[in-house]
Ligand binder design. Structure first.
Ligand code: ARG
Length: 463
């Protein structure tokens, strides 16, 4: 038991300080110091508003606002002494402000509580991360666009079940991820619009009798409006949950692409070469070049999804309004945000640097009877065969090619006619992979023509 001096903030009610274990479980300063800039911005806006409303004097407000800048610069330069006894960033900053400016510091907390303060700080912090996530997604989209433009007509195998399905273009494959990231950006933007309400001035939970101006602080902090219900304002963590949900979906997209890069860069596929800058070697096997960045990106979703599940679990069942449980909202959100930004940046770097092995892509594109659907489609068009019958005939031709150990274009016309007598020489025109992709001109299809349209559309969007 370590009886400390009674707490400076609520010492009136308490004779003894907390047990060391109590202090350890209660304190959040080790991580919520990351919200120092947001905390100080919120306090400066609050102080200006208190003065504008005549609740504190202009000279007190000026002292508070300038003192807070001093505290901020101490934090930024690393000279600030964080104290666990002072529990969190809010009380650390306020206590230091008192040391710097003296008595006026005591007036800052008029008409607010740590409950609306932390809700405001965390919202501002998450809002910054949302903006960073949007920027990260768009940077990755630009890198993918560059790859797509270079290889709008490079052919490669398209897979379903990771079995060769039909030839597609490299550009088409890259643009699929541009679409996914576009939805991610949309989700982050939606979340941002919904979270952009200011909890400041909700006070502990019920609002305050001081004539505060919540619209003024909302505007000063870049919020669209104050939140409409003070209970909801301090109890709500939807903004973090929405950010984590959108981050999880984005991380899932990155994980899928990362998996493809791991497969594509293997000796068995050789579809891409990853740059030295985004690979590692092996300490024992000299020939190895490992796709570590891709593997780590593939894994990052574990912690991001974990953070989302953790916060949902914390929030479920909490009665209104604030409960200390909610202090457990930050640490994992911080980690998830860091993980997402790092994964986006690493993926962008990898995509910018990677080189497609167009020869290997093209060879693989034609393997595995990948133009069998083109053959079936030809039977429908040229011989007016019902598609189901054409499917059957093509299946027999594939079996024949398999038996002969060759690909479809290597079958002779006689081979073809042994399966169906009406087949003509024209069939060979559709069996090449370039013809195959060029023919898929339906909206959203893999034809280079369509892919270039997608690229142009996204270049427009990304500016
Ligand atoms: N450190 C606290 C948190 O992160 C700040 C709010 C504390 N409020 C309270 N009533 N104890 O949630």
């Amino acid at each position: 038991m370590t009886d400390k001096n009674s707490n400076a903030m609520w010492g009136g009610r308490f004779a003894a300080g907390p047990d060391a274990i109590m202090e350890a479980i209660n304190a959040s300063i080790s991580y919520d110091k990351r919200m120092a800039a947001q905390d100080i911005a919120g306090s400066r806006a609050h102080a200006a508003m208190l003065a504008a409303q005549g609740i504190i004097t202009d000279s007190d407000a000026t002292a508070i606002r300038e003192g807070l800048l001093t505290v901020l610069s101490e934090i930024e330069t690393g000279s600030f002494q964080f104290s666990t006894a002072l529990e969190d960033i809010h009380m650390n900053v306020e206590a230091r402000l008192k040391e710097v400016i003296g008595a006026p510091a005591g007036r800052l907390h008029t008409g607010r509580s740590r409950n609306d303060q932390v809700a405001t700080d965390f919202r501002l912090w998450v809002r910054d991360q949302v903006d960073a996530a949007i920027a990260g997604c768009e940077a990755l989209q630009r890198a993918l666009l560059q790859q797509a433009e270079a290889g709008a007509d490079w052919v490669m195998p398209g897979f379903t079940h990771l079995q060769t399905a039909q030839p597609v273009t490299w550009g088409h494959h890259m643009m699929a991820y541009v679409e996914m990231l576009g939805r991610d950006v949309g989700r982050f933007r939606d979340a941002r619009a919904r979270m952009n309400e200011s909890p400041l001035g909700a006070a502990a939970l019920a609002g305050t009798g001081f004539p505060i101006d919540r619209h003024m602080t909302a505007t000063a902090l870049g919020f669209d409006r104050p939140s409409a219900n003070s209970l909801d304002a301090v109890a709500d963590r939807d903004f973090a949950l929405e950010f984590l949900s959108a981050a999880t979906i984005c991380a899932m997209h990155l994980s899928r692409f990362a998996e493809e890069l791991v497969i594509w860069s293997s000796a068995q596929f050789r579809f891409v070469a990853l740059s030295d800058r985004f690979s590692t070697g092996s300490s024992i096997m000299p020939q190895k070049k490992n796709p570590d960045a891709a593997e780590l990106i593939r894994a990052k979703i574990g912690r991001i999804l974990g953070a989302m599940v953790a916060l949902f679990t914390v929030m479920k069942g909490l009665p209104l309004a604030y409960s200390k449980d909610m202090q457990e909202d930050k640490e994992q959100t911080f980690d998830a945000a860091d993980s997402l930004m790092l994964a986006l940046a690493a993926m962008e770097g990898m995509v910018r640097d990677m080189t497609a092995n167009t020869k290997a892509l093209e060879a693989a594109a034609g393997a595995g009877f990948s133009t069998a659907t083109d053959l079936a489609d030809w039977l429908v068009r040229a011989l007016n065969m019902p598609f189901r019958d054409a499917h059957h005939v093509t299946g027999s031709l594939v079996a024949l090619a398999e038996a002969k150990g060759c690909d479809l274009p290597d079958l002779t016309l006689a081979d073809m006619q042994s399966v169906h007598s009406a087949i003509t020489d024209d069939v060979f025109g559709v069996l090449g992979v370039h013809n195959s992709v060029a023919s898929r001109t339906s909206y959203g299809g893999t034809a280079p023509l369509r892919v270039r349209e997608q690229i142009a559309r996204w270049k427009d969007i990304l500016g």
